[in-house]
Write a protein that binds this ligand. Structure first.
Ligand code: PAF
Length: 248
């Protein structure tokens, strides 16, 4: 991958990276479309990165529908599908760690998660040599951390935040939505609606407390956005919306 990327760069081609963990859905495809507008060659990476999952999280059961992903990638105009089996040496001993923006929100409940993300994103940047990289705004804190990483480590990569893709019920698209039953999907719709209507953290907490079948992990304001994580059954969902000015 790195040799191919360096060759493309020598030819003066621009590279746009869309990093994913696969189980592609419309949200990822919207990232690919955005990447197309920024780079001549679109590289989509699929790698379920073990180092960003906690010991009790869903690494083993994370959906891996590779044949379908390959078809969707080809149909959506991806030029290079980069799907390594393993990117981490067994005795790897170097970690990239962002120590400010990765605190709070998801970072408070997923210790080590953003170290895993920052390290694998660094590796993916080195392997794919992108001019631009597209990340979904649904993972707001990830976007914050990756922007800081690119700035602090002087990666010559422009980070693009893609708007959140939502389904007809307003639920932010996520590979983990595949875990939801019809009843749980309805609860996820109420989660999205409550967040959309909320004008503050306390208002969001109040609204979410009235939704049955949902357990709030956190609601926090950060970077002018109202961010929340909830559990619907065993499925953890995150979402964020612009923070509205409080009326009246
Ligand atoms: O957002 C994701 O799918 C992952 O966190 C990423 C950026 C591909 C790193 O593994």
């Amino acid at each position: 991958m790195q040799r191919a990327a360096l060759r493309l760069r020598r030819q003066g081609r621009r590279i746009a990276l869309v990093p994913t963990m696969g189980a592609l859905h419309e949200g990822h495809l919207s990232l690919v479309r955005l990447a197309r507008r920024h780079g001549a060659v679109v590289v989509l990476s699929i790698y379920v990165n073990p180092t960003q999952f906690g010991p009790r999280e869903d690494f083993a059961s994370y959906p891996r529908p590779f044949a379908r992903d390959r078809r969707l990638a080809a149909d959506s105009g991806v030029d290079i599908l980069f799907a390594p089996k393993n990117l981490h040496a067994d005795d790897a001993s170097t970690t990239v760690s962002e120590s400010a923006l990765s605190r709070g929100r998801c970072g408070a409940f997923r210790p080590g998660h953003f170290d895993g993300v920052a390290t694998v994103v660094t590796k993916l940047f080195n392997l794919t040599q992108p001019d631009v990289a597209v990340f979904g705004q649904k993972d707001a804190q990830q976007c914050d951390v990756v922007e800081r990483l690119a700035r602090d480590l002087n990666f010559p990569v422009k980070i693009i935040r893609a708007p959140i893709a939502r389904d007809a019920a307003g639920v932010a698209r996520s590979s983990r939505n595949a875990y939801l039953s019809a009843a749980a999907s309805a609860v996820a719709g109420q989660f999205a609606a409550a967040l959309r209507q909320a004008v503050s953290v306390s208002d969001a907490r109040r609204r979410l407390a009235t939704v049955s079948g949902l357990r709030v992990q956190y609601v926090e304001a950060a970077n002018n956005r109202l961010c929340a994580a909830v559990f619907v059954g065993h499925t953890r969902l995150i979402d964020n919306v612009p923070l509205k000015k409080r009326r009246g």
